[in-house]
Design a protein around this ligand. Sequence first.
Ligand code: SIN
Length: 282
Amino acid sequence: MNIDPLTGVLGAQINDVNLNDLNQHQINELYHEICVHQVVVIPDQSLSPEEQTRFSHLLGPYSPVPFVEPIPGYPEVIKVIKKESESKAFNFGGVWHSDFSFLESPPAFTILHALEVPTIGGDTVWTSNCAAYEALDDESKDRFETITCVHSASASYSPKQQSVHSGLSGMDIRTSTEAEETREHPLVCKHPTTGDKSLFFNGTYVRGLKGDGINSPEDELNLLIWLHNWTTHVRFTFRHRWSNGDVVIWDNRSTQHVAINDYSGQHRELNRTTVAGKIPSS
Ligand code: SIN
């Protein structure tokens, strides 16, 4: 495989591969490259929902998708779609997050396949939580080892958010009081494949913090804001402009992402599958 890094921090493109026809050596190499580059772009693919499911299984078992109904007949595939008439609607994935970090075992990888994307706009941006960790000073690295993040889907999928999601007529998103449940993961986690440390943080699902130096709600809020601003700084990011047929695979253990809602009057449609991960650990 020819791997072309796309920034000095994260992201790489692979051109000479057909995801419907991979041998075991290529699967192993692809797995490794996703972990190392954190986001991998593979253009010019044509995967039916069945083929995308089969390809996902080559990287690992299915990771359950809460709150979002799959497309009929394909229980592991969700459609990310905003129609041209839905200009004012919220963009699915339109705030910085890593996928379903509030689960006990969040997904390792997400695979997004572009079916029909805007000619201009609708880019996705990723940030490297590994680069954000590495850039810390030693004192912060030591302190952050003591911090636990309290993850929850409450800000996105509690029933009071239903009207936000109902603006997307092509997606069936069902909010629930289960979104109020919380799950704790360490702030500093070690990647199970690369061994690299990252700040396993995203401002959407991390709703609370515990640990050294957090003695009041004000301390907690200040650190939440600081972590959001630090981890999403432009120097840690990579931005992808989609073309139809692109497959982008990202590692949720080491990245956050956001889908930009700047394509008013245009249709954007992609199919998404997720691959299971382990319980995050430091
Ligand atoms: C997502 O957050 O899974 C969607 C990202 C995108 O549509 O670019």
